[in-house]
Each structure stands twice: as C-alpha cells, then as structure tokens.
Design a protein around this ligand. Sequence first.
Ligand SMILES: [Zn+2]
Length: 240
Amino acid sequence: MALYRDEGVVLRTYKLGEADRIVVLYSRGRGKIRAVAKGVRRTRSKFGSRLEPGSIVQLQLYEGKNLDIVTQAERVVSLEAMRSDLDRYGRAAIILEVLDASAVEAESNPAMYKLLTGALRELDRDGNRLVVPAFVAKYLILEGVQPRVDACVRCDESTNLTTIQISEGGVLCRSCPGGEPLTDGARRALEQLLQGRVRHVLDTTPEVVAIELETLVAKLVEQHVERKLRSSSVLYEQLQ
Ligand SMILES: [Zn+2]
C-alpha cells in the first residue's frame, strides 16, 4: 500500500463500527477524500480531538482499496477562538457544508483549498459575519457562476437596480418585474466582494447590510449546489 502526506480540512465525520470514524476531508493535493480513522472513538485514541470538523490538519494516509486510512494527524493551527465561540463555529459549519455538498471527490483544486483555509483562519481571527458572504462570493467565482450585480440581467440597465432574481443569475432593474428586494447597500457590498475588495467590505459594511448579505449568499449558494447535484445525478444516471 502506498503511503502519502497531505494537508486537509475535516469537513465531516461519521461513525464506523464500534470504534472507528469515517473522516470526510478537503485536502490540498487531492480535493475531497474519505478516509478511515481507526480507534478514534476510544478515549485513548492517538488522534484525540484533532479530527473534528473544521480542523486543519497535516495528515499521513495509507491508500486503501476503497477508503484511505489515516495513520497520523497533526493540527496545523489550533483555531481555538473559532472553536470556542458558537457564532463563529456556526459560520464555519456553513462553509464546511458548502464544500461537503458540492466538491467532487478526488478532484484537486488548490485555489479552493486556499479559500477554505483562509476563511477558517479569518473566522478564528475575527468572527465577523461577513466572512461567510466573502467566502461565498469567491467560491461562486471559482465555480464559474458568479451573479451579475452591476447591471440588470435582462436589459443591461445599470441604474435603479432594486431586486435580485437568483434563478436568472443576477439583479433586475426597476423596469423589469420579478425578483426579491435588494437594498443598494447589499448590492454594492456584494459587488465589492466579487471584485475581491474583501478587507474594505469587512471594515465598512454596517451590521444591517451584513445580515441582509448573509441571507442572500445562503440562497445563492443553495441554488448553485442544488443545480450541481442535480446535473451530476443526471450524469450518473446516464452512465448506468
Ligand atoms: Zn432591466
């Protein structure tokens, strides 16, 4: 069996048998992988709590026939502040869920890995509620599905943009009916996040706009993940 090392983020774990756990990881070198951590549920496990969701770990694994086996795991950073604060941990959980739901197994994406670990580190440093919107904006860019927010998706009008129609991929102007209301503050903040002006948005966005953005990006990402899952299951059925 081949032994390999990689760095990864624990997305999720679930029980296997009496003492083991399956660990779902997003790794730098191999993208999403599933591995077995043996004996991890015993009190004297050598992994301790290092394989909890949200941990960034340096790993050593054996390539198994079906699942790889974790033989070593060391935390790269403690992320103690993120771990001990319910709000921050809840935000981290959203980020982990997005990747768990949408990442394709064994498809390496170093830019996505950098985005994921950067967002977790930022949540540890500053629990700002805009970290999730900033993550989602960059995530949608990396997935090639960023919404259009600088002009109406139907008629190209660039003023009086008052609603967003997620299914059409962006904002609508006052003359084009439909969509959900969107304040100009939230639209501009999202536009700046999509332009990569993350620091500026984190420093200047008022709380009320941040709350609106949180709800909006949750809908944007949900729509993308659902579409992706649907198209991959269609592909899967065609291959049967
Ligand atoms: Zn329009």
